[in-house]
Structure formats: C-alpha cells, structure tokens
Design a protein around this ligand. Structure first.
Ligand code: GDP
Length: 215
C-alpha cells in the first residue's frame, strides 16, 4: 500500500489540447501514439475526445490527458473552454494544405485569448510523408516558429515519424525536465533541421528533434 502511494505521488497530470484545422491529422497523431495504428479512412472527431497516456521517466511519471478537438465550425465554440485549463496546446497543420498553415495564426490567437503566454505551444507540421504534395516549406515554418518562440516538430502520423518524440518532448517540457527555450535562446544554437540525427542529444534543444526519429 505504501508503495502504491509512492507511485501515485510521483504522477503528475497535464492537460494537452490538440488544435488545428479539420483533417490536418490530430486524431491520427493521437492514434499513432496511443495504439501505434494509422487509418487512411477519415472519421471526423465529433465534439471533443480525450485519452490518457502515462509516460515513465527516471524521476517522474507524467500522465498526459490528450484532448482531440474537432475542426468543424459547429464545434468551434466549445474549444475555448478546453484551452482554458490546458497546460500545453499542440497546434497541428498539414504540410500539403497551405490554408491550414496560414490558419495557425488564428489558433494561436485563440490560445492567447484564453491563456496569455502561460501555456506551452507546440507547432506540428504533419503529413511530412507527402513530400511531393507539400505546399509549405520547412524554412517557412522554421522561421515562423523561431519568430514566435515555439517548439516545432515535423511529423507523419502515417509513417510514425517523430510521433513518440513529440509526446515525449511535450511531457518533458511540461514537467520542467528541459528548459523551454525562448526565441532569443534559440538564436544562439545552430541546428540544421535538414540534417539527419540529433547532434545535441536528448538533453539538447527542441529544435533538434525534427529529424531525430524516423521509426
Ligand atoms: P483531424 O481532423 O485533424 O483529426 O485529422 P485526421 O487524423 O482525422 O486525419 C485526416 C486525414 O488525413 C485522414 O484520412 C488520415 O488518414 C490522413 N492523415 C493523417 N495524418 C497523416 C499523415 O501523416 N500522412 C498522410 N499521408 N495522411 C495523414
């Protein structure tokens, strides 16, 4: 019983809300991470779903409560109330859909309205497997993320590219295991996003994770 208590004490829970336009791959990223599955059939999220995932680190156990929001207009009015008590928001866009990239600004605005700057924001470029259909260059989003001072990561829910590192990074940033870098700090670090591997290792910079793990 005592043991159980210790385990419970070490668990820290965080609410993480997924945002982004319809069909950018929010549900797919969560499904890939939770069940290691991918489905090409598109089943729109109805309203809001949430799933819990416990992640174990050396000194701490983190439980992420992942909230998947629906992109459809009729559910939009629900979203602010979910953002309100989120510790992190993950804003996803689809690299093959330019308007989903341009709409990032609108999602950020929504987060800022509810939370000001007191929240972690992660920018996710999903569907990176669809190279030929790409409508947004990495340079462009890289510049944007730097300007805004957000973490940025390239993923493919289909291939599983960076899906684990994404959630791991979020958990680590939330629990303070890694400094959350401001744009100013990032400027001092030279990381080539297009190179393979992660020269800085796990303890390094969030920027370096983009090509870390192709799994
Ligand atoms: P959501 O509305 O943002 O939750 O988007 P979904 O997760 O439902 O995905 C929308 C569509 O995009 C589905 O047909 C998925 O199979 C597809 N999809 C999602 N992620 C990827 C990806 O990384 N690569 C490719 N090629 N398709 C994806």
């Amino acid at each position: 019983e005592e043991m159980e208590e210790k385990i419970n004490m070490a668990v820290v829970k965080y609410k993480v809300v997924f945002l982004g336009d319809e069909s950018v791959g929010k549900s797919s990223l969560i499904r890939r991470f939770m069940h290691n599955e991918f489905d090409t059939a598109y089943t729109p999220t109805i309203g809001i779903d949430f799933l819990s995932k416990t992640m174990y680190f050396d000194d701490i156990t983190v439980r992420l409560q992942l909230w998947d929001t629906a992109g459809q207009m009729r559910f939009r009015s629900l979203i602010p109330s979910y953002i309100r008590d989120a510790a992190a928001t993950i804003i996803v866009y689809d690299v093959t859909n330019r308007s989903s990239f341009l709409n990032i600004a609108k999602w950020i605005k929504e987060v800022r309205e509810e939370r000001g700057t007191d929240v972690i924001i992660v920018l996710v470029a999903n569907k990176c497997d669809l190279l030929k259909k790409r409508q947004v260059s990495i340079e462009e989003v890289d510049a944007k993320a730097r300007e805004l001072g957000f973490m940025f990561i390239k993923t493919s829910a289909k291939d599983g590219l960076n899906t684990k590192p994404l959630f791991r990074k979020v958990a680590m940033a939330l629990s303070g295991m890694e400094p959350y870098l401001s744009a100013e700090q990032e400027d001092k670090v030279d990381v080539n996003l297009e190179s393979s591997g992660n020269p800085l290792g796990w303890g390094g910079v969030v920027w370096a994770v983009a090509h870390q793990d192709g799994e």
